[in-house]
Design a protein. Structure first.
Length: 262
């Protein structure tokens, strides 16, 4: 229940940059959701940032041992960490109830299932999920990269120019598509596109209204200040209300006395 967005754009010297945005909604199992001054992102290398949608308490474990390796190796390591967490939870929450191990579970799959407890257990294992996504953004040399990582898949989305994960992901992606965002867009355009996508995502359940934004280059990460985010808010609200406040511009549309009734 969150929103994390990353979009590639061009800097003044034609170098590639990545604009990032997250909310601050934190989900804690069996407790609920809270909007807090906690980062939904982790800088795991000079020019690599991981953003998490899902259970915030396992974020550090997911990016464990990722700091000293390249971007491609980070993707693999993050997924391995996620699978390790998943296997450990399956063992403790499901298999330990039946006093069996993963190896014994694999043996069950080799023979016809006649025991209903085996069937129930296998169904529980097959449906088990961390319900957690990682949006990884960074650089391989001067080339910007974005990847989405879950337990079951690892997708490179550089060619799409942008990515979003979380409960507000569909709304954010639709906004970026509506804005026709391209990695050829300038940095100011990309910053506004990402901010607008984040604001649109706030219509989804579980997306917080507070916003963190950053710009990443090959040399590092710069945070966008609260004051500049307030400026983005003013521009967004002007755009949102333009039609409502443009009575003069709308006058040629009405009345409809010359229109033919069908």
């Amino acid at each position: 229940m969150t929103i994390c967005i990353a979009a590639i754009c061009k800097g003044e010297s034609d170098e590639e940059l990545i604009v990032l945005a997250t909310d601050r909604m934190i989900s804690v199992p069996q407790v609920g959701q809270f909007e807090m001054s906690l980062n939904k992102y982790k800088k795991i290398a000079k020019n690599v940032v991981a953003m998490l949608s899902g259970e915030s308490l396992i974020f550090s474990e997911i990016v464990r041992e990722c700091g000293e390796i390249g971007f491609d190796e980070m993707k693999i390591k993050i997924q391995q960490n996620m699978l390790s967490i998943r296997d450990d939870r399956i063992q403790k929450q499901i298999l330990d109830i039946y006093k069996i191990s993963h190896n014994q579970l694999q043996e069950f799959l080799k023979v016809p299932l006649q025991n209903p407890f085996h069937t129930t257990m296998l169904e529980s294992v097959s449906k088990f999920s961390l319900k957690t996504n990682v949006l990884l953004a960074g650089f391989k040399e001067a080339t910007a990269q974005i990847a989405e990582i879950t337990e079951s898949q690892m997708v490179d989305i550089r060619d799409l120019n942008f990515g979003a994960v979380g409960s507000g992901g569909p709304q954010a992606l639709n906004t970026m598509l509506f804005q026709r965002h391209s990695r050829a867009d300038s940095l100011p355009t990309a910053i506004y596109n990402v901010y607008k996508a984040k604001r649109t995502a706030e219509t989804s359940i579980g997306v917080g209204k507070e916003t963190d934004m950053m710009v990443m280059s090959e040399s590092g990460v710069v945070n966008i200040s609260e004051a500049k985010i307030e400026n983005l808010k003013l521009i967004y609200e002007q755009e949102l209300n333009y039609g409502k406040n443009s009575a003069e511009a709308l006058k040629p549309i009405v009345p409809l006395t010359d229109e033919k009734i069908t």
